[in-house]
Design a protein around this ligand. Sequence first.
Ligand code: GLN
Length: 466
Amino acid sequence: MASQIRKIHQQLMDKEITCTQLVQDKLKALKPNTHNTVNALLDDVALELAAKVDAKIKNGDSIGLLEGIPFGIKDVYMLQGTYTTASSDLLKHYKSAYTATAIQKLLDAGAIPLVKENCDSFGHGSSSENTIFGAVKNATNPNLVGGGSSGGSAVNVALDYTVFSIGGDTGGSIRQPAGYNSVYGLKPTYGRVSRYGLMAYASSTDCVGPIAKSVEDVCIVLNAMSGKDVKDQTTYASKEILETDIATTDGIKTVGYFKNFIESEAIHPDIKSSFLAAIEKIKAKGIAVKALDFFDANTLVSTYYTLAMAETASNLSRLDGTNYGNRIEAENLKETYAVTRSKNFSEETKRRIVGGNQVLSQGFSDEIYLKGLKLRDQISENFENDFKEVDIILSPVTPNTPPKIGDSLKDPMAMYLSDAYTVGFSLGELPTLTVPQGTATGLQITAAKHNDELVLKFANFLKDTI
Ligand code: GLN
């Protein structure tokens, strides 16, 4: 699909549509909340901003590419004055005191925020069922999950309720729902986009990224959000990716894939055969393909969940009903903390807090947490070696198609294992994009750290190849 952003920009400039009409139409589509994607509609602010864009156009002023483009925000980003609930009971009434850097940059470019989007509470999940706002339904089959944790964002884009949405990806939460709903979803290199104002899940892998319907739109939104931010010391300065930079396959000679992902018993036979068919098509275009060795799914998933749980237990310790959250008074302060947290966190979140505190506690941390850190280093080293031999790594997004609503809640272990193909790239801090092609849940394109440009380039090539 061609760029929706460019198309709408042209229509606005040519006065074929007004921004107010566009925003009203999108709000009307979102309002019935057909797929449980909406935590809060931002109608007042959206219409006010749209009127300003219309006034500018009427005046004959030129507008920027993102000016007047309606977008969605996963409900874990601060937007001053709006509720930011993380889909949790604890923060059900929490209003953001400031705006996240990535969102502010989009506002500065003139984009219009429409909706705070449903997701797994605090990003904990792979199905967007761990939420107080009702399970997000898949865009193509409402009996299936929307994926997670950025499920509401992916479904809104797939249904054209938003032109693009901003998700958050700690271990796959942009890429997996993008795959489940056949749209593009990018987890940029860790640090390319500031995390300031994103509610922290696991700070060492949390990434801000766009979900959209074309490579070009992903690129436009990524450029707008990227850059060094003094409020996030892990950010770095990056250069703008131009359309001409990603129009050719220059620099892509060899593509690798992980043998054990494809040979695993857990992969659905259709996903396996379509992945291998995609590899053949790439070879037919004269690109060399290399099978690579990698860590097995159990090691990847346990390393990721050990570190992610440790970090989330620590990050969420500040939510005790005193500075933040829905306080429930009890007999004394200690009891108040306990009741507030046990009543207001979901079962899944509590499982992670308990697990995380366990792996960090004296007597366990050397054996579990430090081992996890060591494995993470080995995984990163493995990637560094791979990228000496290949330019791109291609993989399926998930071993299986989306489960039915209700199934993941019954079997958390199966849900954790469904993240087998996404979490490794998070631990490696690598740029990885889901494209809605190749298998029933798409393909993931990964390049070396800081090489987000190559990922988008290869996505453009795949568009015409499979
Ligand atoms: N499903 C993974 C988890 O629950 C990833 C979630 C995410 O990226 N926020 O940890």
